[in-house]
Design a protein around this ligand. Structure first.
Ligand code: LMR
Length: 394
């Protein structure tokens, strides 16, 4: 049997991670995988996570199974964090998943189960694993134009035009905030226009929100997802705690199915539990429990929010420094978009050849599509990157 297996295409983000590890240069700079790093290049355990882990170690008396959808207290806390009061709790089914990727995978499985002929519309570009999982699950994918390679902002007219090609029942995958890989995001008016189009054409929104708190703030970053959830009849939301709680390896995510028909909640909840059972049975609990403890404890929550805010402001500072440095070196504003983008990533909008040149000449690792992870920089490496960008002729 094994001899029939074929090598699978490498995930370009993970392949880059390995190349970086194998590079012996001491001054190499990792702007690849979307993992936050502080100025010392460390991905810290957040203070509130450490405190919650300590408390959990002292207080937890059992490691018995929790439930197929995870602990309802985790769903409640996350729903409140993401949706605020936008939707009544009784209209939301939710299940814990192994990371945001687990939520994305389960959402695609649910789409396939509910409507095998639905197509999923994804932004061009999107996180490469969206495309890979969609293909693996066997769902037809259609791309909609999103990124304007001239302005490096959202090409909103083109996006709307392409979404008009979707049919009733098709799913439109949107990034809740901090678009990955571009860093270019919809504003409030654009969200409202997208919602009007979704409702007019009977399209189902699916929102992937993996960076809440990394863009304009915890509340501000939830604006789009709250508008969609309160305005569309049915919505799927895949959320991740990897980045904003810094618990990448704990695999902590949540899938929500929102319906404006409260009567659908029972069936939706049962379906989410069923999908968990088929794929991995009980979802991981450790990270979800820490998140729940933090969100439900005033002091821990305040400390977590403060550290997250420091992280966000640090990334904004690096964005501004890089844009300023490039302005100084080129005498033009053409890199001003770096300060306008939000979240961990910006798409430089250059060719794979120039990205490769910067890797070979300067030991700078960014994804071939020219996505750079702002959090991989610090005040000392910003000028090095700016010079490399200019030298490469980006
Ligand atoms: C990324 O886009 O780099 C992150 O979401 C990590 C991953 O799994 O690809």
């Amino acid at each position: 049997m094994f001899e029939t297996l074929k090598p699978q295409p490498a995930d370009k983000i993970l392949a880059l991670m390995q190349m970086y590890r194998d590079d012996p240069r001491a001054d190499k700079i990792d702007l690849g995988v979307g993992v936050y790093k502080n100025a010392e290049g460390v991905t810290p355990v957040m203070r509130a996570i450490k405190a919650a882990e300590h408390k959990l170690w002292e207080e937890q008396t059992s490691k018995a199974y929790v439930g197929l959808a995870g602990d309802p207290a985790y769903s409640d806390a996350m729903i409140k964090l993401i949706l605020g009061d936008a939707v009544a709790r009784g209209n939301i089914a939710a299940a814990a998943t192994p990371g945001g990727t687990g939520a994305v995978r389960q959402a695609f499985e649910l789409i396939k189960l509910a409507n095998p002929s639905a197509r999923v519309f994804v932004s061009d570009p999107t996180w490469p694993n969206h495309l890979s999982i969609l293909k693996y699950v066997g769902i037809e994918t259609v791309t909609y134009r999103y990124f304007d390679r001239e302005t490096r902002g959202v090409n909103f007219d083109a996006m709307m035009e392409d979404l008009k090609g979707a049919n009733k029942g098709d799913v439109v995958l949107l990034h809740g905030c901090c678009h990955n890989p571009t860093g270019a995001n919809l504003n409030k008016v654009q969200w409202q226009e997208v919602i009007a189009l979704l409702n007019e054409r009977g399209l189902i929104p699916m929102i992937d929100i993996a960076y809440q708190g990394f863009g304009d703030g915890l509340e501000e970053d939830a604006l789009g997802v709250r508008l969609v959830a309160s305005s569309c009849p049915e919505v799927l939301i895949a959320a991740s705690c990897s980045k904003n709680f810094g618990i990448y390896r704990e695999r902590t995510g949540l899938l929500m199915a929102v319906s404006n028909d409260a009567g659908a909640q029972g069936l939706n909840q049962g379906t989410l539990a069923f999908l968990n059972r088929q794929n991995y049975s009980f979802p991981p609990d450790h990270g979800a429990r820490l998140v729940t403890m933090i969100l439900n404890d005033e002091a821990l929550r305040a400390d977590w929010a403060a550290e997250l805010e420091e992280t966000r402001l640090g990334m904004l500072g690096l964005r501004q420094q890089l844009a300023d440095e490039l302005q100084r070196l080129t005498g033009s504003d053409r890199f001003g978009f770096i300060a306008q983008h939000r979240g961990m990533f910006s798409l430089l909008g250059t060719t794979p050849e120039l990205v490769e040149k910067m890797r070979v000449d300067n030991g700078i690792y960014m994804v071939a599509d020219s996505r750079l992870n702002i959090a991989g920089l610090n005040a000392q490496t910003v000028p090095v990157l700016a010079m490399a960008i200019v030298d490469a002729g980006v």
